[in-house]
Unconditional design. Sequence first.
Length: 145
Amino acid sequence: MSDVDDLVTWLCAQLDEDERAAKAATSAPWWHNPGKVWLDPEAFEQFDRAKGEEFVGYGESPLSGCVAATGPASHAQSMADAEHIARHDPARVLAEVDAKRRILDLMMPGRPVYPGAYGQAYRDVLRLLALPYADRPGYRDEWKP
């Protein structure tokens, strides 16, 4: 197996893991609405919005549920964290996995690697696709772009 084949095989395993995690997560669309806060049972009974937390919800209604509370609703960083989490819901992760797999289909193990600049461009794309996973076991320094 060539270095490119090893990289493609390893990257496919990372995408499999991303897909597994996304499918295990709450599947309804995630959203963030800075105008709403998640109230724990005590705060809800008193309807004390000052005790509310910024949150990422799922489903069609704010009553559907909370995926994650990120901190006090009045805290700007909590709002930014909630927005970031909502933007990376399982549907988006699955779409990214699908797009990356389509790119990898162009370079599956056993397919010829073209010499010259064209082949180098493929290798560069593969290395860039693998870069976000550099902190995972099995990533090799020689794959860095």
